[in-house]
Ligand binder design. Structure first.
Ligand code: ATP
Ligand code: ZN
Ligand code: MG
Length: 504
């Protein structure tokens, strides 16, 4: 069994069709069914798998068509192929095509799909359950069909069905490297101890910390290790990526497919005319309260959200460009601002927060260059975690849901695409914390942002996100707060914690 499409369409012409034009329609339909619709169809395709005009009629100025297909020259593709030839044929009779109206569109999926696999999108008007199949009726305009809405719906249903079969598991996990046990010198919860020592205090917003000088000394020491031991020796150059990300970027990066529950959304004022906002300001002056509902009415957007993954807003820098061979691999990084995620009830200590600080390393080049860079980064990380930080850590290959869904992993030639998570042991909770990762993203971003390479080779990219809160949590959870027990290099870089605040 295979997926089937069926549509009814009315083609509206500029005037009534004279008999000789009706004859020309018959001829065009005949040609379409025997040659036009068969172009590009594999030889092994059977008769009923290929698009066909199964019924047509001409009434006044309207030609009505019924087109049915299986997976080849799908009914809607057939319609637009036919449009080209009918426009040419009717032109000879001085008839112009004015409009195409889709009066019915049905998709038959040969599968008893769970309800959860059928998306709630406006185009699906009816779902019929048949023995061993589901039939969808779609309400689509001709331009929806040109935009391939039916194909996208079929693909989405396949993705949802597959995601359901994962049973809620987000990632496939496979151990790659293990440092082995390290001596245990501390078993406390680092967040609690940092709080007790006045190194951090809760910010006013949820999942947000204010870091005092002592904490920042450690942050900057870890950051310096990243810069001096990893980023600089490997030849990465610093850039500054935007931190407000509009939909256009997430549409191209693929995040628009699913990031919604975790976004911090951003809105703009409808106008910056002070008079428009005077009421709001006055309300606050009189009541001491901010009238949030009235503010909402005066906003446009959301236009996008705050930085979520750090690399997508870099890509407009290279969008539409062809990279010179001798500039590759391009190696850059960003540490210019915060990332924001709505973690809801998942907030925990400094390791899972809504506002965090991350160094994002990003590289692009050929597939070989991209993989080699990931390998060199991995070697540098091993050196830092083993020799400098002396951590108990491990790394694992993980396959995120979106890549599994896009079939990017496991396919031929894509064995190296995927993410490696780095995890540190937390003695206080006897659990492992992902503190950074390295991803080889294949051609996902270059394709989304239309980036090419001079030689014509496929452009690939990779990225690595180093979470400073997570590095700090991992380090303190294992090494504790007695600086004399810290690895020498870290203790030296941090120096004596500065007690700037004294509270009465
Ligand atoms: P988790 O599974 O722990 O939620 P994630 O898979 O969502 O992590 P990524 O999207 O891979 O994380 O983000 C890359 C890095 O960003 C992480 O390794 C971590 O260092 C950091 N990071 C992500 N989310 C947070 C957070 N809520 N708080 C602090 N750091 C974070
Ligand atoms: Zn990234
Ligand atoms: Mg997460």
């Amino acid at each position: 069994m295979f997926v089937r499409f069926a549509l009814n369409a009315d083609l509206h012409f500029s005037r009534e069709l004279p008999p000789e034009a009706v004859e020309a329609v018959a001829k065009t339909v005949q040609e379409a069914n025997t040659t036009l619709f068969r172009r590009g169809v594999p030889a092994e395709a059977t008769e009923e798998q290929i698009g066909k005009i199964t019924r047509w009629s001409a009434d006044g100025s309207v030609v009505s068509l019924k087109i049915e297909s299986g997976p080849y020259t799908r009914a809607h593709d057939a319609l637009f192929r036919f449009r080209r030839s009918i426009v040419r044929a009717m032109g000879r009779h001085r008839l112009g095509l004015r409009d195409i109206r889709i009066t019915a569109f049905r998709v038959l999926l040969p599968d008893e799909l769970p309800d959860a696999a059928i998306p709630k999108v406006p185009f699906i008007t009816t779902v019929h359950r048949l023995p061993g199949a589901v039939e969808l009726e779609l309400d689509c305009s001709a331009s929806d069909l040109e935009n391939r809405v039916p194909d996208r719906i079929v693909r989405l249903i396949e993705e949802k069905k597959e995601a359901l079969s994962y049973g809620g598991k987000v990632e496939h996990w496979e151990l790659v490297f293990e440092s082995g046990a390290k001596p245990r010198v501390y078993s406390g919860n680092p967040t609690e101890e940092m709080l007790a020592r006045g190194w951090i205090r809760h910010g006013a917003s949820r999942g947000q910390w204010i870091y005092a000088p002592q904490a920042v000394q450690l942050f900057r020491a870890l950051e310096k290790i990243v810069i001096d031991e990893i980023v600089t020796p490997l030849g990465f150059s610093e850039m500054i990526f935007p931190k407000l990300v509009p939909w256009e970027v997430w549409m191209r990066s693929g995040h628009a497919k699913g990031v919604y529950p975790e976004i911090y959304y951003v809105c703009t004022p409808k106008t910056r005319d002070p008079a428009y906002w005077e009421e709001i300001a006055d309300y606050f002056k009189v009541t001491g309260k901010v009238p949030v509902e009235q503010i909402r009415e005066r906003l446009d957007g959301p236009i996008g959200g705050m930085c979520y993954a750090q690399c997508p807003p870099f890509w407009p820098f290279v969008q539409g460009e062809t990279l010179a061979n001798d500039s590759l691999p391009v190696l850059v990084f960003d540490r210019s601002g915060t990332s924001h995620r709505y973690e809801s009830g998942g907030i925990h200590g400094i390791e899972r927060v809504d506002e965090f600080h991350r160094i994002e390393i990003l590289w692009l080049g050929t597939a070989e260059q991209t993989i080699e860079t990931a390998d060199r980064l991995h070697e540098a990380y091993v050196r830092v975690f083993e020799d400098l930080l002396d951590l108990e850590w491990r790394s694992a290959k993980v396959t995120p849901w979106f890549m599994a869904q896009e079939g990017m992993v496991g396919g031929s030639g894509s064995a190296e695409v995927g993410t490696r998570d780095y995890e540190a042991y937390l003695p206080y909770s006897d659990s492992w914390l992902e503190f950074q990762n390295v991803s080889v993203n294949g051609n996902k971003y270059p394709k989304g942002f239309n980036v090419k390479i001079q030689s014509g080779a496929d452009c690939w990219s990779g990225c690595s996100g180093i979470g400073l809160e997570r590095w700090t949590a991992a380090f303190l959870a294992q090494k504790g707060f007695d600086l004399s027990k810290w690895p020498e290099a870290v203790a030296r870089l941090v120096g004596e914690p500065k007690e700037v605040f004294r509270f009465l």
